[in-house]
Design a protein. Structure first.
Length: 297
């Protein structure tokens, strides 16, 4: 916790104690208190103790060890694509995806003093880049910080009247800052998709539209990916995401992360997965969960 500003550290200690007192309900997230991941936890589990973690691995390990019941992890953003390393961490974790959730990222300009006195705003480089035009119009210089919510904590503990932060409204509430403007991002579609991870899969009602996440490794032969995915086309299964990545420095064969509409036990999906397994080295099912947003909009 030592890398957080003092105000954030104090909150982390308090939140960690609350989570330790009720691990069966606690939910882990990565980042400082007030991060957008923290906001996602509040929206999904409003009454659960939230445990801030320094890294994604720490949040995942908290679930694996039983210190918390779940973790809420960002998987992709509408502006920046997939979150780095998450596709390695998910299959290696041994956990199951049990839900998805979308958070509209609305950046706020936060400070202790007056807006017209601000000359510098600190935040994560991605957040600063997303607010570049607005900051330039205001004549406020951007300055990189390692975390949006931690930037808010830094400003709250600073005596510099000219220093502000770009972070969430939740961060403003936690650290006692004034929100001078909200929704200052240059793109109005800035949205992050989160998934919920747990040690056990959760059953879904039959009438709930479902998504299934999986990963697999193709064989190193011509047309292997075409053949592996052919069963989804012939059985009418929509693949909503397909991303490749290389592991262990090998360029011989790619692993893929995929998401499909439906559940594995449905007849058409079962046939498609049988064909996938026939043409790949292995297939790992990562979870089936309720679809939070239509992919056809």
């Amino acid at each position: 916790m030592s890398h957080y500003p003092p105000l954030a550290e104090a909150l982390v200690r308090d939140m960690a104690a609350r989570a330790a007192a009720d691990p069966a309900a606690a939910v882990a997230f990565q980042g400082a208190p007030g991060a957008y991941s923290h906001q996602a936890v509040r929206e999904l589990f409003p009454h659960a103790p939230a445990l801030p973690c320094a890294a994604f691995e720490d949040a995942i390990d908290a679930v694996k060890s039983g210190a918390v019941a779940r973790a809420v992890i960002p998987i992709e953003n509408s502006l920046h694509g997939r979150v780095a390393d998450i596709h390695f961490l998910l299959p290696e974790s041994g956990l199951f995806i049990t839900a998805e959730h979308f958070v509209r990222v609305r950046h706020c300009l936060l400070a202790r003093g007056r807006q017209r006195a601000l000359r510098e705003a600190i935040s994560h480089p991605q957040a600063l880049g997303q607010c570049r035009l607005r900051l330039r119009d205001w004549g406020i210089a951007p300055s990189a910080f390692f975390d949006t919510a931690a930037a808010a904590a830094e400003v709250a503990g600073s005596d510099d009247a000219g220093l502000g932060a770009i972070a969430s409204r939740l961060a403003a509430e936690l650290y006692g800052l004034t929100v001078f403007a909200e929704g200052i991002e240059d793109a109005d579609h800035n949205t992050t998709r989160f998934v919920v991870l747990a040690r056990e899969a959760e059953a879904l009602a039959d009438d709930v539209p479902a998504m299934t996440s999986l990963n697999f490794e193709v064989r190193n032969v011509p047309a292997s990916l075409f053949k592996a995915l052919g069963g989804f086309a012939t059985n009418g299964i929509n693949i909503t995401k397909l991303e490749s990545y290389l592991r262990d420095g090998s360029f011989s064969a790619a692993e893929f992360y995929a998401e499909i509409e439906g559940r594995p036990e449905a007849p058409a999906c079962t046939l498609a997965l049988e064909e996938l397994r026939f043409h790949t080295k292995w297939v790992r099912m990562l979870g089936t969960y309720a679809r939070a947003r239509s992919r056809t909009e």
